[in-house]
Design a protein around this ligand. Structure first.
Ligand code: SF4
Length: 93
């Protein structure tokens, strides 16, 4: 079977784009803590997660990722589920 160089090039570029898109995860402070801060039980405080997000280098990219991928649960980019929902509503109105 002949090698399709266009297909390989496209797949490589797509993989590089995905790697770049997720590069913020390399410096994610949440990766150094337990998920319980970022995915708290209903009614539990999100304060500690938001405090860590405030010091995280990838905060903006993380929030953009969560909004683009419609992440429904947990704290992403310093915003809770409800805060992201409100941000989406504000952006579309
Ligand atoms: S902004 Fe918060 S949720 Fe996003 S990567 Fe940083 S610590 Fe994790």
């Amino acid at each position: 079977m002949p090698i399709n160089i266009t297909d390989i090039t496209t797949r490589t570029a797509t993989a590089r784009g995905a790697e770049h898109e997720l590069s913020w995860q390399e410096s994610a402070l949440c990766a150094q803590t337990g998920p319980e801060f970022f995915f708290p039980a209903p009614g539990s405080s999100t304060r500690e997660a938001k405090r860590l997000c405030g010091a995280c280098e990838g905060r903006e990219a993380c929030l953009q990722y969560a909004l683009a991928n419609d992440e429904r649960f947990g704290v992403w980019g310093g915003l809770s589920e409800k805060e992201r929902q409100n941000l989406r509503r504000t952006a579309t109105s």
